[in-house]
Design a protein around this ligand. Structure first.
Ligand SMILES: [Fe+2]
Ligand SMILES: [Fe+2]
Length: 316
């Protein structure tokens, strides 16, 4: 690098730091450090993959939803998740990677998605509990991302969060209905809550001490709170909701701590988390196989769309 190039780089870097410090947005045309771009690509891709893979556990119940109303709600919700995936792949494209490349990385297991979607949906109550806890945790994680320093990601999150709040409510309303039902229905809700509680806490990622990238992400204004802060916020938000619903959260250590003005809670099983995130969860193989199959069987649609676009270019 020549001295002039180095001076140019220093100026550009100062410009970037200024934008971040002033809490303004970095846009695709702006200069940004390579590591900032790489971090965003990794995070947005992981997020997009989670939305798309997340359609599977719930899609599993569309044909078995107990009424037309429940079916319509679930269909709309699963369709929203596809839309979230699309906004996010589009946000990633502004950083210079394309969707095809990201999809390849997902189906070849070279990029991750949220650990939560590797658990099975065993009963219909799981649909309610996913809306309540999984979409609830997603909201806690995502609301601060609406202020992320990267403009296209922040703007995508605003719309996504509005839809997530509908997802959370539909889940909670479904559970409220079941809790007014028979003893068997109430037991189903409790059993689903028992299975999903700990995996939901794991959605915030490893404990802060074990999350080496958090500090840099916060300095860049990508992340606004640490994993443990968000997890605490989720626990505090969920406890009164569980009480109103009439279910017990499966944690004997869960109690209000007046000194901290927050709930104390038990430690999630981090060994399980690491195993699920690295491919050893109950449904990892199935989820990826299904995604791969869907991608392959959609090949003709992509080919047809590309052929049509090429034709339009020749004969506009
Ligand atoms: Fe979503
Ligand atoms: Fe959602």
């Amino acid at each position: 690098m020549t001295t002039t190039e180095r001076r140019g780089e220093t100026e550009l870097s100062a410009g970037f730091e200024e934008i971040v410090a002033a809490d303004q947005r970095v846009e695709p045309r702006d200069w940004m450090p390579d590591a900032y771009r790489a971090t965003l690509v990794r995070q947005i891709a992981q997020h997009a993959h989670s939305e798309i893979i997340g359609m599977q556990p719930e899609g599993n119940w569309i044909l078995r939803a107990p009424s037309l109303r429940r079916k319509a709600i679930l269909l709309a919700k699963v369709q929203d998740e596809a839309g979230h995936g699309l906004y996010l792949y589009a946000a990633a494209e502004t950083l210079g990677v394309d969707r095809e490349e990201l999809t390849e990385k997902l189906i070849e297991s070279r990029q991750k998605y949220s650990s939560i979607f590797n658990y099975p949906t065993l009963t219909y109550a799981d649909i309610g509990v996913i809306g309540w806890l999984v979409d609830g945790a997603a909201i806690c994680n995502q609301v601060p991302l609406c202020r992320c320093s990267y403009g296209p990601y922040a703007r995508a999150m605003i719309r996504i969060c509005k839809e997530e709040s509908f997802h959370q409510r539909q889940g909670y309303e479904l559970l409220m209905t079941m809790m007014r039902g028979t003893d068997a229905q109430k037991a189903m809700v409790q059993e689903a809550t028992n299975r999903w509680w700990w995996p939901s806490l794991m959605m915030f990622g490893p404990p802060d001490a074990d999350s080496p990238n958090t500090r840099q992400s916060m300095a860049w204004g990508i992340k606004r709170h640490t994993n443990d802060e968000l997890r605490q916020r989720f626990v505090d938000m969920t406890v009164p909701q569980a009480e109103a619903l009439g279910v017990t959260l499966p944690d004997p250590e869960l109690r209000w701590n007046a000194e901290r003005d927050a709930h104390d809670y038990g430690e999630p099983d981090w060994v399980e988390f690491k195993s699920v995130i690295s491919g050893g969860g109950p449904c990892n193989t199935q989820r990826l196989a299904r995604r791969r199959r869907a991608h392959e069987s959609g090949a003709w649609v992509r080919e047809a769309a590309a052929a049509y676009a090429a034709k339009q270019e020749v004969h506009p």
